[in-house]
Design a binder for this molecule. Structure first.
Ligand SMILES: CC(=O)N[C@H]1[C@@H](OP(=O)(O)OP(=O)(O)OC[C@H]2O[C@@H](n3ccc(=O)[nH]c3=O)[C@H](O)[C@@H]2O)O[C@H](CO)[C@@H](O)[C@@H]1O[C@H](C)C(=O)N[C@@H](C)C(=O)N[C@H](CCC(=O)O)C(=O)O
Ligand SMILES: Nc1ncnc2c1ncn2[C@@H]1O[C@H](COP(=O)(O)OP(=O)(O)OP(=O)(O)O)[C@@H](O)[C@H]1O
Ligand SMILES: N[C@H](CCC[C@H](N)C(=O)O)C(=O)O
Ligand SMILES: [Mg+2]
Length: 471
């Protein structure tokens, strides 16, 4: 493709690809020079040109010599637009999910529901790029825009027609999810997380709302979990912009959750839709999984899926990796669950999901990640102490922080908790000491395969460790 075909100009240089990291520039690349949180990408412009960049997308003030300067006040947005032209076509139907918790679960469930309806479907998010055949990790929830668009195009080439992706607040702020025609966008909920990056809850919500004000197509559908306190903001935005609305939840108008009865291995749901009552046996436990399943169904229906069939298919949903995953049974008979709760709200939801199933005590083992919102730590401690019967505070991913200091911050909120820094030992203790009627919840790392300590990623999988401890 010629540069001029992308820019609308007369440049004849051949474009071979895109890069936002100068170390990935090859001859023919268009380089996006972004001013980031850590470093200023404009400092790498000369290096990128030496490596063969034919054009540089950068602010008008940036100095670009030896390559075409594509000047833009918002270089991230401009680069995304150009890359979308280059990588297209994409799957015909794309939907996005934002919210503090539930994104991964919702995109995975939407993918499954589409597949049950006979579509070639995929998802992109925390678990990686998932198709019916394989799962490839990208390392981030919302990958950088070049990875995102090239993956989406690759999926289309493989025949994928339906794509559900997670739009994290970082991804939305950094324009990582531009360029697709987004037919429907969903909002799951908003609660405390990532204030280290966004500063305050207002800015965090604003970042998420960009999905509905700018990324969702003008004729797209907004799918909203109606029971959240911030749902009204999304609903107002959709009204203002003229987007069709699908609302779900006990306050939902499209899919109204009328009844929810926990059973041993799942829950019975009664859902009112299109004037009729639908009874569904969801094979997953916990109110939060019912919420995510309804949002996923809302997305599928928003894109033309048959309502009755989609709701009926909920009874065949497979569990999502690391989300209330039953990892092992302790020798005493106590079930051990692994869950990805790493915010106060998620921890509360995970404990609430398991509590009705515990005849005895509910023990929770958790920590908090380093180099992430420090303000959530004490609240997570408070939630655990208030809701669980036994609390063991351990390490999550300390990253570059002092692990003991992170634990101390959590213990401030949970003064009567036990402290066992070593995660393996903490898990083993909880499992060994669980009684027959108890339940053990290991929270925070879900599907993760490593523990990040400093610059090292040490192999660690909560599910495997739980099984070893239970054996
Ligand atoms: C805080 C954050 O989001 N950082 C991400 C972001 O950084 P940034 O734009 O501020 O970049 P920077 O590191 O200051 O660098 C500026 C620019 O210079 C470029 N550069 C940098 C160094 C160099 O040698 N050459 C070069 O060209 C970079 O590619 C970048 O374009 O852009 C980088 C390139 O795409 C990402 O790798 C990086 O993710 C870091 C590793 C990260 O940990 N991100 C997490 C917090 C994250 O994004 N999480 C979200 C939310 C998780 C959730 O679901 O809750 C996610 O979507 O995964
Ligand atoms: N609808 C929900 N309401 C409250 N808590 C939830 C909800 N969905 C999930 N959770 C909690 O959040 C955890 C993470 O869920 P999931 O991975 O689906 O969310 P996510 O938004 O993708 O998270 P991340 O921001 O890390 O990508 C779950 O393990 C559970 O504890
Ligand atoms: N996407 C989230 C994942 C957090 C998972 C938790 N195990 C941690 O390390 O804090 C983040 O990057 O903040
Ligand atoms: Mg996720």
């Amino acid at each position: 493709m010629k540069l001029g075909e992308l820019t609308g100009g007369s440049e004849t240089a051949t474009v071979t690809g895109f890069a936002i990291d100068h170390r990935k520039v090859a001859p023919g690349t268009i380089f996006g020079a972004f001013r980031g949180l850590r470093v200023d990408g404009e400092a790498f412009i000369d290096d990128a040109i030496r490596a063969g960049a034919v054009a540089v997308v950068a602010r008008p003030e940036a100095r670009v010599t030896g390559a075409v300067h594509i000047a833009a006040e918002n270089p991230r947005e401009r680069l995304a637009q150009l890359a979308a032209l280059f990588f297209a076509p994409f799957p015909e139907i794309a939907v996005a999910v934002t919210g503090t918790n539930g994104k991964t679960s919702t995109v995975e469930m939407a993918r499954q529901l589409w597949r049950m309806a006979g579509h070639a479907a995929a998802s992109i998010g925390t678990l990686g790029v998932t198709t019916a055949d394989e799962r490839v990790s990208t390392g981030l929830t919302t990958p950088d825009v070049v990875t995102f668009l090239s993956n989406a195009a690759g999926l289309a080439r493989e025949g994928v027609t339906h794509l559900a992706f997670e739009a994290s607040s970082h991804g939305l702020t950094q324009y990582r999810t531009e360029g697709l025609n987004v037919a429907a966008a969903a909002f799951t909920n908003l609660s405390r997380d990532h204030l280290d990056y966004h500063g305050d809850m207002g800015a965090y919500l604003t970042a998420k709302l960009r999905l509905f004000s700018e990324v969702l197509s003008a004729n797209g559908v907004a799918v909203v979990w109606a029971d959240d306190v911030e749902s009204a903001r999304v609903i107002d935005l959709a009204h203002a912009r003229g987007n069709r609305l699908v609302t779900v939840g006990t306050r939902g108008a499209t899919l109204r959750l009328v009844e929810r009865d926990p059973t041993l291995l799942g829950q019975g749901l009664v859902i009112e839709a299109e004037g009729a009552l639908h009874r569904v046996r969801l094979p997953l436990i916990g109110g939060y999984q019912a919420a995510n399943a309804l949002v996923a169904a809302g997305l599928v229906i928003a894109c033309g899926g048959d309502t009755a069939q989609t709701l009926a298919n909920l009874s065949r949903l497979q569990p999502v990796r690391g989300r209330l995953e039953r990892a092992a049974i302790a020798r005493s008979g106590a079930p051990v669950y692994v869950d990805y709760a790493h915010t106060p709200d998620a921890l509360e939801a995970a404990i609430a999901a398991l509590k009705p199933h515990a005849g005895g005590r509910l023990s929770v083992v958790f920590g908090a990640g380093g180099d992430r919102d420090a303000g959530k730590r004490e609240t997570m401690g408070q939630v655990a102490q208030a809701q669980a019967d036994r609390v063991i505070v351990t390490d999550d991913n300390p990253r570059t922080e002092d692990a003991a200091a992170i634990r101390a911050a959590i213990l401030k909120g949970a003064p009567s908790a036990e402290e066992i820094g070593d995660r393996r030992q903490a898990i083993a203790t909880a499992i060994r000491e669980a009684g027959p009627e108890d339940i053990v919840l290991i929270a925070g790392k879900g599907h993760e395969q490593g523990q990040v300590v400093g610059d090292l990623v040490l192999p660690f999988d909560d599910v495997t460790v739980a099984r070893e401890s239970a054996a």
